[in-house]
Write a protein of this length. Sequence first.
Length: 386
Amino acid sequence: MSNVWLVARREIAVRGRTKGFLIGLLVSALLVVALAFIPKLLGGNDSYTVGVVGAGSAGFETAVKPLAEAEQAEVAFRKLPDEAAARAALADGDLDAAVLDGTKLLADGEVSQQLGLFLQSAHRALQTEERLRAAGLDPGKVTEAMRVPPLTEVSVSTVAGDAGVRAGIATLIVLVLFFLLISSVTSVAMGVVEEKGSRIVELLLTSIRPWQLLGGKIIGLGALGLVNLLVVIVAGLGASLVTGLATDLPPGITGIAISAVIWFLLGYAFFSAMAAAFGALVSRQEDVSSVLTPMTTLLMATYLVAFYAVTDPSGSVARTLSLIPPFSSMVMPVRMAVGEVQLWEIALAGGLMIVAVVLVLLAGARIYQRAVLRTGARVRLSDVMR
């Protein structure tokens, strides 16, 4: 095993210092941080200034205040002498809207949806009170009579209250796992072809066995992929704390992150063995993409199924394929992030995935051993298998 770790350390030292890896690491962290800040940036303005003109607009401030507090928004009111002053303030950008005599709403363009909801609700409440008084009724008693408590909502699921947030996290997991897997396993294939094309592999195999070289390469590049994933997780959680989104994260987010790491390692082991085996069939970098077509097709199918599982995690397709390797490497963490998954399903999916990884590693090592020293024209898989 010492030779395996020697190769792994070499891969980490060489690949980990390349500009491509370091830039990719930085870009991944920045993208996740940007995703955390986008809701903050697109959330719109939650602080408004409203002008009021005339006696008919006097009660708006009192009526709007509880509505704004409920939505954690701030609405300030400014008294203006006439409509001309209100129009001038709107044109200068000093006001977001202006209410004229309780009958007209002015804005420079369209009123913000949130602010419009506050003002229209306040207007209806004020007009209702006036009509009740005109009819000889006490608005306070009518309001008290209409204050009926809503039905108590009780969910039978522990995750129903944060379904939207969980779906967003699951989508992010799918994207991160796919891009990290495709980049990591492609690096394995490119490394195999590079060593084979330059004939360095012939020198290396005089000192170590083929399976040791292959195992060290997979472990080393897998460690770099794991570092990338951990950087993404740390950057995402850190940005969530800064932006305040951490309070919206569902309970069990730590378990979701740990499961994503474990399933990434299983998926990487499966696909990297395939990539190394297929990469050993060619000697030129130009042929890598074509020889990896079966693997990339399978990986893309896994990605599409996982993306579908975000919208229907309890459907028969998601439940079935989350147990079948290699689909389970991406579908199961999605199901675990979106909803409840039975423990036996996780255990079964994990066990089957481990068996599949072992089988693919054995087959990949056999193909790699037989094909890696055959340089020149592309080696046919059927010839290697025979």
